[in-house]
Design a protein. Sequence first.
Length: 255
Amino acid sequence: MTPRRSDLVVLGSYSAVSLALGYLSLESSLTTPAWALVALFVAGIATILVSRRDPFVAFIAVLVLLPLSFAGGSGAEGVLAVAALYRCGVDLRPRQAWTAFAAAVASGMLAALVLSLRVRLGPPLLGLAPRVDLDAWPLDWLGIATVVVAVSLMSILVGLNVGHRRREVRALVERAEQMRRERDQESHIAAALERERIAREMHDVIAHSLAVMVAVADGAQASAAARPEESRRAIGQVAETGRRTLVEMRRPVSY
């Protein structure tokens, strides 16, 4: 999934959950303050929009929004926490991802504490009536915290698994590209060596033929006056040597 598409998925999911929980929070007589819902929703949208440009700031914003949402909102910002942890697992190294997980768990524990008190002291959550068992908040805190830790752990593990697979695929692609470059380089080296071998052969043929032609020509010149018949044969030998040299030169090029 491309970064732009993943951002749209998070934006759409968060908007849908916010609208659904916002409706439940406002349609009852026990309403959650509308200004808090709107403020948290705007902050959540802003966090999504800046997450690609500055992921660290966006992650810190999510850690702040989570307890605020449990304190006075609908809890929809939990979607952002899940998405942020998943992205940390995908994009970060394992040690960094687990550090982010620890920070998210700390924020989630605080949010669980706030929620366990809110359902008793207010403001109302999702139109539900406040609970009267004030002394039972530690049990609620433990239960909510367990859910938060479990969801956070699943999010980071899924992200780490996806990130690991992506890094493996990227490494395989890079290895294949490196092998292709090495193969092309070896081909170029082999071609250069072959050209060098042909050039040496041509040089040897030409040098030998020229030496023969010079020797025969000198002999023909020396015997031209005394033995004209031998001089003519020598000149013919020079021409034959030149033609044979041309044939030898063309032969490697034709390969």
